[in-house]
Design a protein around this ligand. Structure first.
Ligand SMILES: Nc1ncnc2c1ncn2[C@@H]1O[C@H](COP(=O)(O)OP(=O)(O)OP(=O)(O)O)[C@@H](O)[C@H]1O
Length: 350
């Protein structure tokens, strides 16, 4: 499809793309080569793929390799209530509506000179789809309550786990907007199709987590454990792998992990497994070896820190969203973060 293959010092993969997206299997190499070609252009990119496969990582990688000096601005269209999404995207003038006490710059304007990433674009309400289409055609926006147009230059990357062609056929997504955003469709392969990348991803995840929580040492995945990981179907993709590593770091710190341990680690919340397993013929994940003593208070604190870090990372450092996922008040989460010395910014970078 791409005849003029740009070479990046012996490789067709741009260094920024390589640093964001780990993976050496054929589907990942093909994806990274395609992204390296399209990143420096202005063309819109539509990333599709299963949840947790790495669509947002693709968007960040495209931005990093685009040479654009502005910001990377991400908006999850499914996470923001429909009635707030318009003002979030377009911003508003003072007094535009009840409660609009100050002028607010919207996310589209904030992405000027950079990249606007619209995640879950398939969930965008119909009226807003029409407004977005107009912005893409005119490259201009009007803040809510505003009287003049503002020119905006941004690169658009969108993502969805839905089949937008089906959504168009069913009348749930505007055909004209679909053709506008679908200039460069890229499919992020599910982890089950690239299990050969698991050891590399594991190594990277353990390395970054060990720097943060060095107590107890890193767990060691045996060959049998790696084989068991390769057999799993990974419905939650790389995110599920990351969560599995988070659990392993706490529950198997400094220990070997075998195939049987993997079966227990996968898809089970560490808290649920510890409780469900108590007094059961099935041993809980957190097994005490005979004669071994642990500091329960410290273990629980580490588990708490790990889960909070995981929620913050998934919420891209947004404390309110992480608090919702953990079933905590925002203020309670902030207090816990202070006590445990955790930072939202660091979780975002992890
Ligand atoms: N190729 C990769 N290399 C390293 N880390 C990755 C890779 N792909 C995904 N990840 C990590 O996996 C997690 C999920 O990735 P991401 O948020 O990009 O997925 P997504 O497809 O956008 O998910 P969703 O559809 O739920 O929004 C993130 O922590 C991300 O850092």
């Amino acid at each position: 499809m791409f005849d003029q293959c740009v070479q990046f010092e012996n490789s067709a993969i741009a260094p920024e793309i390589a640093s964001y997206l780990l993976g050496e299997t054929a589907p990942m190499v093909a994806l990274k080569e395609t992204l390296s070609l399209l990143a420096p252009t202005d063309a819109p990119v539509l990333a599709t793929g299963q949840t947790g496969a790495g669509k947002e990582m693709v968007a960040q990688a495209v931005h990093a390799a685009s040479g654009r000096s502005g910001s990377f601005v991400a908006v999850n269209c499914a996470a923001i209530p429909a009635e707030l999404l318009e003002s979030e995207l377009f911003g508003h003038e003072k007094g535009a509506f009840t409660g609009a006490e100050n002028r607010r710059i919207g996310r589209i304007e904030a992405a000027a000179g950079g990249t606007l990433f619209l995640d879950e674009i398939g969930d965008m309400p119909d009226g807003l789809q029409a407004k977005l289409l107009r912005v893409l055609e005119t490259r201009r926006i009007t803040r809510l309550g505003g009287s003049h147009d503002i020119e905006v230059d941004f690169r658009l990357v969108t993502a969805t786990h839905r089949d937008l062609e089906v959504a168009v056929k069913e009348g749930k997504f505007r055909a004209d907007l679909f053709y506008r955003i679908n200039v460069f469709p890229v499919q992020v392969p599910p982890l089950a199709q690239r299990v050969g990348d698991i050891p590399l991803l594991l190594e990277h995840m353990i390395e970054t987590r060990t720097a943060r929580a060095p107590r107890g040492g890193a767990p060691h995945f045996t060959d049998a454990a790696l084989a068991a990981l390769a057999r799993h179907d990974w419905p939650g993709n790389v995110r599920e792998l990351r969560n599995t590593v988070e659990r392993a770091m706490v529950l198997f710190a400094g220990r070997d992990i075998g195939a049987a341990d993997i079966e227990r680690l996968l898809g089970v919340s560490p808290l649920a497994s510890a409780v469900e397993g108590a007094g059961d013929a099935e041993a809980p994940v957190c097994i005490l070896k005979p004669g071994e003593s642990i500091n329960l208070r410290r273990h629980l604190q580490e588990l708490e820190a790990t889960l909070i870090q995981a929620a913050l990372a998934q919420a891209d450092g947004r404390v309110a969203q992480a608090a919702r996922q953990l079933g905590l008040q925002r203020t309670t989460l902030i207090e816990k973060m202070k006590k445990l010395g955790l930072s939202a910014a660091r979780a975002k970078a992890a």
